[in-house]
Design a binder for this molecule. Structure first.
Ligand code: 3HC
Length: 311
């Protein structure tokens, strides 16, 4: 009976065991994973756009090669995560339709423009840094395929974060104009990076259930705080300041206090009113349409080889 299955599922989650695709799972657990994993995959795919804007404008061949490798990694993370989502019975076509029609989200952070080359460094240091802070705990997520995908993703994100940090350090220690360009990028990317961790815990619709199922291992505010504590000494090492006058070490908390986040801006970006929402989705739909012939050819080839047809 379902109660036995439910009891077995609950015992497995309580014992920190992995739930695998063929295991019984509550419908809501499956739906929550499809929602989060699909949106994670959408974030990776959309996340290619802001950086791709700078591949043809990179200041050196070395920087161009690093940036191309990073954008290719993001595409791979997306494919990884779509494959992991398919183990839950979701179809990739259906998930992409939901992205294209606005019925599924992607991370708010990618609705901001990349105005200068220093933005590529700020994205690597801050956005990939925040992604790592969020993704390391996901390596212990109760759903096997998602946790295992995260192990590989985190390794590659570390390269993304290091190259961003190193890019900013080079600018920060360069000419006055380069230092100012790096500071300007940090000023524009700092607060949107804090919003990546989601709404405050008391405004988070899914956290309680997600944590009960050991999908989310730490709350939104906990990981946001962890990220702030990591970034403060890194900003000092970079010789750059973080754009928050209220940022200060709090001895008894053992953490940095920081200023209020503009949650109205977050809400507006989620509603589609961010600086680049329209551009990102339009570009995504165009890429999907232009790629239709590749998908059809690959499917035809697969069908032919499956039927043993001649090459
Ligand atoms: N951008 C867009 N939507 C967001 C968001 C953000 N930064 N933060 C929260 N939301 C949405 C949630 O998806 C949810 O909406 P939904 O019901 O339509 O899905 C709503 O706001 C309420 O938020 P909750 O905190 O209740 O939702 P979650 O429990 O799902 O927590 C989360 C949000 C922490 C983002 C969680 O979904 C998560 O950990 N996701 C996996 C990580 C991820 O998606 N990272 C993307 C970062 S970018 C990236 O990885 C690319 C990198 O390589 C550069």
């Amino acid at each position: 009976a379902a109660s036995t299955y439910q009891a077995r599922f609950d015992a497995a989650v309580a014992a920190d065991e992995r739930i695998e695709p063929r295991d019984w799972m509550p419908d809501d657990y499956r739906a929550t994973l499809i929602r989060q994993m699909a949106q994670h995959a959408h974030s990776e795919i959309i996340g290619m756009q802001p950086e791709a804007n700078w591949i043809t404008r990179a200041p050196s061949l070395r920087r161009k090669a690093i940036l191309m490798a990073k954008v290719q990694d993001e595409a791979g993370h997306g494919l990884y995560l779509y494959s992991a989502t398919e183990t839950l019975g979701a179809s990739r076509d259906e998930l992409l339709d939901k992205l294209h029609s606005g019925r599924q989200k992607y991370s708010s952070i990618f609705n901001y423009p990349t105005l200068t080359w220093a933005d590529v460094g700020a994205i690597g240091w801050l956005v990939d840094g925040a992604a790592i802070t969020n993704q390391v705990p996901l390596c212990r997520c109760s759903y096997g395929p998602y946790a295992r995908a995260m192990v590989r993703v985190c390794k590659e994100e570390s390269f993304h974060q290091r190259q961003g940090y190193e890019l900013l350090l080079a600018l920060s220690q360069g000419t006055q104009a380069q230092h100012e360009m790096a500071q300007d990028a940090v000023n524009r990317w700092w607060w949107p990076s804090l919003m990546m961790f989601g709404p405050p815990d008391d405004a988070s619709a899914h956290s309680a259930q997600s944590m009960a199922w050991k999908i989310k291992r730490h709350s939104n505010d906990e990981l946001r705080q962890r990220f702030v504590d990591i970034c403060v000494p890194q900003a000092e090492a970079l010789g750059l300041t973080l754009p928050d006058p209220d940022l200060r070490w709090n001895e008894e908390r053992g953490h940095h206090d920081f200023g209020a986040i503009d949650w109205e801006e977050f809400r507006q970006v989620l509603k589609g009113n961010g600086p680049c929402n329209e551009q990102r989705i339009t570009q995504r739909r165009r890429a999907h349409e232009e790629g239709a012939w590749v998908r059809e050819a690959a499917a035809a080839y697969a069908a032919k080889s499956a039927s043993g047809g001649s090459g």
